[in-house]
Design a protein around this ligand. Structure first.
Ligand SMILES: [Fe+2]
Length: 161
């Protein structure tokens, strides 16, 4: 890796791996969520994540590189943590709270990753690619906000008890 272009390509491959792993993990998270809204949030983010993965594949094609060949170890670890939580004997409410916590960690990780590649794309003069990556970044922010609201809703419900 010798210049920003190489680093940019490496980061894209890393994100491609992250999205691919998440596509495999989200159905399990949706299945284990008790709250209907949380289940729906995971399912709609799954559809979005598939598009995001496709978006990176398109970008890589434009750049003349393969999107595959990297494993995002951070996403692997985040997913492992979520799987560990599901093995725990917990109430439905606590499990949902834990799933929200794990999902928000994932979103924040992706927000950091996409924020970086948007900047690199601009710096390297790839205006259209920067716009595409910004679209994904916006979706990740929205997903995180949705999870925030669900977490707050949970708190409010509890306060009313
Ligand atoms: Fe994503």
């Amino acid at each position: 890796m010798k210049d920003l272009k190489d680093l940019f390509e490496h980061q894209l491959k890393d994100l491609y791996s992250a999205e691919s792993q998440l596509i495999k993990a989200l159905p399990k998270m949706a299945k284990n969520a008790h709250d209907k809204k949380l289940k729906d949030a995971f399912e709609s983010h799954l559809a979005e994540t598939k598009e995001q993965k496709e978006r990176i594949a398109e970008i890589c094609k434009e750049l003349g590189i393969k999107p595959t060949g990297e494993t995002c170890k951070a996403m692997k670890g985040l997913i492992e943590e979520a799987e560990d939580l599901l093995k725990e004997d917990a109430s439905e409410e606590v499990r949902d709270a834990g799933l929200i916590a794990d999902a928000q960690r994932v979103e924040h990780y992706e927000i950091a990753g996409y924020g970086t590649v948007v900047r690199y794309a601009k710096e390297l003069g790839h205006k259209d690619i920067a716009a595409k990556l910004q679209k994904t970044l916006d979706e990740e922010y929205d997903a995180d906000n949705k999870l925030d609201k669900l977490a707050e809703g949970r708190l409010n419900k509890k306060a009313k008890k």
